[in-house]
Design a protein around this ligand. Sequence first.
Ligand code: GDP
Ligand code: MG
Ligand code: ZN
Length: 219
Amino acid sequence: MEIKVVKQILAWNEDVSDKIHLVTSEKRIAIVNVMGSPGAGKTSLIKNIIDNLRGDYSIGVIEGDIAGMIDAETIDKMGIPVVQLQTDGACHIEAMAIENILGRFDLDKLDVIFVENIGNLVCPAEFNIGEDFRVSILSVPEGDDKVAKYPLMFATTDALIINKADMLPFFDFDVERVKKDTYDVNPGANIFPVSSRNGDGFPEFLDWLRNRINEKIKS
Ligand SMILES: Nc1nc2c(ncn2[C@@H]2O[C@H](COP(=O)(O)OP(=O)(O)O)[C@@H](O)[C@H]2O)c(=O)[nH]1
Ligand SMILES: [Mg+2]
Ligand SMILES: [Zn+2]
């Protein structure tokens, strides 16, 4: 019985996700689902992306949090349109929430919306939210065994950001192990070691990101 209910909710979520794709295809907007643990560096990554791409793309942000407005206030201060989604305890975002929020943006003006998902390596990966592609973050202090322990998050992502690369000297973190574990479950993954603190690795990631956004909005 339990399993049946979950399947119905997921199927319905897929319908809403498909509806979002129809809207964003018509409006030529790319939606990027940014996922990772609390503190992995999701907000830092989005801020860096905004700094680097705001001259070329019109950017919006949806900040998902269980409570509070902290990340939305950070993005708002950058002069970027942002909506705070408060899930009231829910540990992931579902497509319905994104569908409801889309109307709050001027969709004729936007090129790309970054969605900061709830900090969690587990269930956010189970729910499509109408995104065109996924960026998952694993940061060095979390440990190099996390791909093996939370495979769905890394199997379903388009890009894996290994963030806080500036911390590598202080942790026993084997980048090659993380790459191998990721390719085992996701042979097509694009993996970018970066530091959101000093900008290392960003040019390569931004090249990839621009290409993926352009595929959607210029096709
Ligand atoms: N040393 C270092 N710290 C980082 C880096 N990226 C983020 N941080 C710090 O990690 C903490 C959590 O970052 P935040 O972006 O808020 O993570 P989020 O919870 O995933 O959104 C903050 O104190 C950031 O300054 C990085 O590349 N290197
Ligand atoms: Mg954040
Ligand atoms: Zn959840």
